[in-house]
Design a protein around this ligand. Structure first.
Ligand SMILES: *Cc1c(COP(=O)(O)O)cnc(C)c1O
Length: 386
């Protein structure tokens, strides 16, 4: 990626609340640096009360949380996991690591989320789970997906990496399926550099989730005084973040509502500024279905077919604005040939992925800068002769 310093308006700029350093200093003073100390506890408590799930376990990334989900399901080679192709690699890789086969389904044209109407046809005798991805922090059509999963005895895992502080019909994303995964990567809304969380919403996963996260041991029970020594119980790994990371995250989580509101303001401002380009038929703006409250994670536009994305991105770059495209659909990536399969034609995925442009979005972006982004986008489109 081009270093953001060369852009007058970078694509992303991590926002710090101001308390991160003092919380890290507190952890430093306590001398409790490994995982599962007081800051981890505070973060988990905040996330539990916000989401209402039974258990939250901090991890060192959303990728780690997804890998834990795959381990919890005890997936066997050849088991199938249904997911969109329009997603980040970790959604598929976490399951492929266990020998499971990612089965890619097309997305909806409005939200770019998995098309719930196409999922049933992808179900086979080997299907174990549906992994839904809430793109841009906007919820998938969960009622339909949960009903389908229930009917076929499948587990629903939410890749809610982008969905922290978003909701669907009043319920937090990540808390709707049996398992949910959050990301606190620097590019997300609530950050700790690298970081994530696994949300557990099924009672019989709770103990095993702790074991998997603690190198396959019952160390968490030992710390609670429930056993007098801890031993190797099953396969597992080290998925917990250090207290330094948790201290940073704690400062962010305490401000989560405020950070979200500020991003949503930015999102709404772009949305208003882009009405005219949409009306003129040059692009379409994001669509938020009723019942979905989003977190302002991302502002994207879908360019009309007559506009060249490559040239638009280049013009923006020349104007000092860093706009980017997003996922290369997984079904078209080299690893998918070996590891996955696709369900039918993924025409919506191929089409929208090739026309999507993400605009700069970070707390601190001014409305004047947003105006410049939209003006530069208008000029770039006009230069297309579109
Ligand atoms: C960012 C992201 C991830 C990976 O998150 P990490 O915390 O970097 O592991 C996974 N899935 C989606 C949809 C993401 O946006």
């Amino acid at each position: 990626m081009t270093p953001s310093a060369v852009f007058a308006i970078p694509f992303n700029r991590p926002f710090m609340t101001g308390k991160e350093i003092s919380y890290i200093a507190e952890a430093h003073a306590l001398g409790n640096l490994a995982g599962d100390g007081p800051f981890t506890d505070r973060c988990q408590t905040l996330l539990r009360s916000h989401t209402g799930v039974m258990q939250v376990l901090l991890t060192h990334s959303c990728t780690a949380a997804l890998e834990m989900a795959a381990l919890l399901l005890e997936l066997q080679p050849g088991d199938e996991v249904i997911m969109p192709s329009y997603t980040f690699v970790s959604t598929a890789n976490a399951f492929a690591l266990r020998g499971a086969i990612p089965v890619f389904v097309d997305i909806r044209p409005d939200t770019l989320n998995i098309d719930e109407q196409l999922v049933e046809d992808a179900i086979t005798a080997r299907t174990r789970a549906i992994v839904v991805v809430h793109y841009a922090g906007v919820a998938c059509e969960m009622d339909t997906l949960l009903a389908l999963a229930n009917q076929y005895g499948l587990v629903v895992i939410e890749d809610a990496a982008q969905g922290v502080m978003s909701s669907y019909k009043g319920r937090a994303l990540g808390a709707l399926g049996q398992l949910g995964a959050y990301s606190f990567h620097e590019t997300k809304n609530i950050i700790s550099g690298e970081g994530g969380a696994l949300l557990v919403n099924r009672d019989d996963f709770r103990l095993q989730a702790e074991i998997i996260r603690e190198k396959g041991t019952d160390r968490s029970r030992f710390f609670r005084g429930e056993v007098d020594k801890y031993t190797w119980q099953s396969i597992g790994s080290s998925f917990l973040p250090s207290e330094l990371t948790a201290a940073f995250l704690c400062a962010q989580l305490e401000e989560a509502a405020n950070l979200t509101a500020r991003r949503v303001d930015l999102w709404n401002n772009y949305h208003a500024l882009l009405v005219r380009l949409e009306e003129a038929g040059f692009l379409r703006r994001p669509i938020i279905p009723t019942g979905c409250v989003h977190n302002g994670h991302m502002y994207y536009v879908i360019l009309d077919r007559k506009v060249s994305r490559q040239r638009v991105l280049h013009s923006l770059k020349t104007a000092g604005i860093h706009a980017v495209f997003h996922y290369v659909p997984l079904h078209s990536a080299p690893a998918a040939q070996k590891l996955g399969r696709q369900q039918g034609q993924l025409n919506v995925t191929d089409d929208l992925a090739s026309r999507l442009v993400r605009l700069p979005m970070w707390i601190g972006l001014t409305s004047e800068q947003q105006g410049r982004v939209v003006d530069a986008l208008s000029s770039a489109i006009a230069a297309e002769g579109a």
